[in-house]
Design a protein around this ligand. Structure first.
Ligand code: PEP
Length: 252
């Protein structure tokens, strides 16, 4: 049985005031039946991790560099995230793949670097609307998954895959239940092929893309959906807490 995870991706949003409103929702978040993770901009990571130090609320980064350190002006390393109290890092988000030209090979190097310092990974993959319309969704996802993992095996319990169809992110149009079930069962099969029968079943599979308090219970009850990655709705801690409360806690 996998414990579900509901993760907030604030993206390049939020400030000390949002941290304060999250603090007001602490009791609700702590009472969630699932793991709860908040990924703020890097500048807020330390204060958020200190705010939630003695709670079961986790904090994570949204990206890290593929090298350990060096002359990379403006970048942040995996160990910087760790030092700020991060337990997880989101890697390969489509806003980085498409907006920053990040390819799967680079994502795999980031995964390796993050694992070296003990960060758990939320690896995002997702097809564009054109790829789905051309019948290439599953091939695209398989390619991204296989190429975004380093050659050495990543410990399955430290790996979460987030299926985030690009066309569903921030659009208000979540994928249909049928599409989510098809993709998640495909990804489960691929994880089993890549990591073995036991390991492949330990990997958590999140859905992300316009999840909100209105559609969360339905999506989070689908087979092989082990939680959600939440963008827009996570900027309201009340909404985020309602999504976490709807998660159901464990998947079979
Ligand atoms: C995301 O970007 O990770 C995401 C899921 O965004 P939204 O919930 O706003 O679609």
């Amino acid at each position: 049985m996998r414990r579900k995870l509901v993760a907030a991706n604030w993206k390049m949003n939020g400030d000390d005031a949002l941290t304060e409103t999250y603090l007001l929702a602490q009791n609700k978040l702590e009472a969630s039946p699932c793991d709860v993770l908040i990924c703020p901009p890097a500048t807020l990571l330390r204060s958020l991790s200190e705010t939630f130090r003695n709670t079961n609320i986790l904090v994570g980064g949204q990206n890290c560099h593929h090298e350990a350190d060096g002359a990379f002006t403006g970048e942040i390393s995996a160990s910087h995230l760790r030092q700020c109290g991060a337990s997880h890092v989101i890697l390969g988000h489509s806003e980085r793949r498409l907006g920053q030209g990040e390819d799967s090979h680079t994502v795999a190097r980031k995964v390796r670097r993050a694992r070296e310092v003990g960060l758990d990974i939320i690896l995002c993959i997702g097809e564009t609307f054109q790829q789905r319309e051309s019948g290439l969704a599953l091939d695209t996802l398989e390619g991204q998954l296989v190429r975004s993992l380093p050659s050495e095996q990543v410990r399955p319990e430290s790996l979460t895959i987030a299926y985030e169809p690009v066309w569903a992110i921030g659009t208000g149009h979540a994928a249909s239940s049928n599409d989510i079930v098809e993709v998640h069962s495909f990804l489960r099969q691929k994880c089993v092929e890549l990591l073995g029968g036991v390991g492949g079943k330990d990997v958590r599979l999140l859905y992300g893309g316009s999840m909100n308090p209105g559609n969360a219970a339905k999506i989070l009850a689908l087979p092989d959906v082990d939680g959600g990655l939440i963008g827009g709705a996570s900027l309201n801690p009340g909404s985020f807490a309602r999504i976490a409360a709807a998660s159901g806690g464990r998947s079979h």
